[in-house]
Design a protein around this ligand. Structure first.
Ligand SMILES: [Zn+2]
Length: 442
């Protein structure tokens, strides 16, 4: 079968043109394949893109020569050759530069109607797709995927990385729409940190990436940043809060695992208007460690003390912390510390077990003491359906940091590179980076 593909264009002035694009010979005596092959489709797309670009350039160039003030035709200064990378091939374009009209500022300055479009030498949809694939896969893999499915020019991992950097900057700079209505819903920020491998020239093994999620009752937004590389972490987080309609006055609830630097980031973004809550899971895990150590101690055959003296405070520890009875829990914990310290002094076989229990009790006590202002009545929050743990933030650690930058992938990162990937990946997962309408939603 012979297939001839022609393209017919009609310009705004009514001029119609027909151009033969491609002649395909689909003769296949063995009937081993039906329809277009990938290579034929790619060739067709390149031809079609070239034809459309040529006609668009001619039309825009002709229209730009007419002066909007006096209607006269402005003179051509020269033609320059520019290279444009698109999803469907790389094209060398003959770009017109015209002079200013004599009716305005006089002759002389050469102006190109394509200066804005050809700024980055790549179309926005190619840039977006490179950024999206670069955020999902390694840069080399992203380049390979693009080359496999599209007739674009040969892709390099460094090109993909550079384009992702441009898109990450656009995402960071994107301002939330002014008309957005301020929400009266409470805002909750789940925040956590991830450690990724750092490149050797930065003289340290690991790099911190902060990730998390901001939620209202019906909306959520992920964020990721490397504080070491972010121009202003506070401004970036503030923009994320604004995008969800934060009114700038209501306190924002922050749930974290007790690392002081994390709520401080939100504190900086909101100028102190936060209410910090310690993650229940981290408390519960430490209570469990205390329980296991004490149980191990009292179940020994040579245990000399009264079992109930140690077991009663341990068993009520979790209940008291869950219901916000912090003073009672602290008192019980102090009893345990005194008892374990006494047992740890004996020169007996259970001494090691007693020392272990003592260390666990000290660990829980200092954890609670360091976060005293962040302990709440978790039971009441839970019954009201309010969040009490950072599980959503931990999901973000997996989705944003570990999926792309985990230690297992053996990649090493610079702070700037990690920051850009975290920012782009959060936008990709939220669906804020739209290749179809090539724009970044704020
Ligand atoms: Zn004029």
């Amino acid at each position: 079968m012979d297939v001839r593909i022609t393209v017919e264009t009609s310009s705004e002035t009514g001029e119609k043109r027909t151009e033969e694009l491609l002649h395909l010979n689909l003769a296949d005596k063995c009937h081993s394949h039906l329809g277009l092959r990938l290579e034929q489709a790619k060739a067709l797309l390149v031809q079609l893109q070239g034809s459309i670009l040529r006609h668009q350039m001619e039309e825009i160039s002709a229209a730009s020569r007419t002066c909007p003030c006096c209607g006269r035709t402005r003179p051509v200064h020269d033609y320059r050759t520019r290279v444009l990378d698109t999803l469907f091939g790389r094209f060398r374009l003959r770009v017109l530069r015209r002079r200013k009209c004599s009716c305005r500022l006089g002759e002389g300055d050469a102006l190109s109607p394509f200066a804005q479009v050809l700024r980055d030498r790549a179309t926005p949809d190619l840039r977006m797709l490179q950024a999206e694939l670069g955020a999902r896969h390694s840069f080399r893999e992203a380049a390979r995927i693009l080359e496999t499915f599209l007739p674009c020019a040969r892709q390099h991992n460094t090109t993909v990385r550079n384009r992702l950097d441009i898109v990450a900057k656009d995402i960071t700079d994107a301002k939330p729409p002014v008309s957005k209505t301020l929400s009266s819903q409470p805002l909750t920020v789940f925040i956590d940190g991830a450690h990724i491998r750092c490149r050797p020239e930065y003289q340290k093994r690991h790099l911190d990436v902060v990730v998390g999620k901001i939620e209202t009752h019906d909306m959520c937004r992920r964020f990721g940043l490397a504080p070491q590389a972010a121009t202003s972490s506070s401004n970036q987080l503030r923009r994320d809060l604004d995008a969800l309609g934060w009114d700038g006055r209501r306190p924002v609830t922050v749930i974290s695992d007790g690392e002081a630097a994390l709520p401080n980031l939100i504190r900086g973004a909101t100028k102190g208007k936060i209410r910090h809550i310690l993650d229940w899971w981290h408390i519960s895990m430490r209570v469990q460690h205390v329980q296991n150590a004490i149980k191990g101690l009292v179940q020994r055959k040579d245990f000399p003390g009264t079992t109930a003296l140690l077991m009663t405070p341990v068993e009520t520890l979790r209940w008291n912390l869950w219901h916000g009875e912090i003073q009672v829990a602290a008192t019980h914990l102090q009893w345990l510390i005194v008892d374990c310290a006494r047992l740890a002094k004996f020169e007996t076989a259970f001494r090691d077990q007693a020392q272990k229990a003592l260390a666990r009790c000290h660990d829980l006590y200092s954890y609670l003491a360091n976060n005293l202002g962040s302990l709440v009545d978790y039971g009441r929050r839970y019954r009201r359906g309010l969040p009490i743990s950072t599980s959503r933030a931990e999901g973000c650690v997996d989705d944003i940091a570990n999926a792309r930058m985990s230690k297992r992938s053996r990649m090493r990162w610079s702070p700037r590179g990690a920051h850009n990937v975290a920012v782009t990946r959060a936008a990709v997962l939220d669906g804020r980076l739209s290749v179809s309408n090539h724009r970044i939603a704020a």
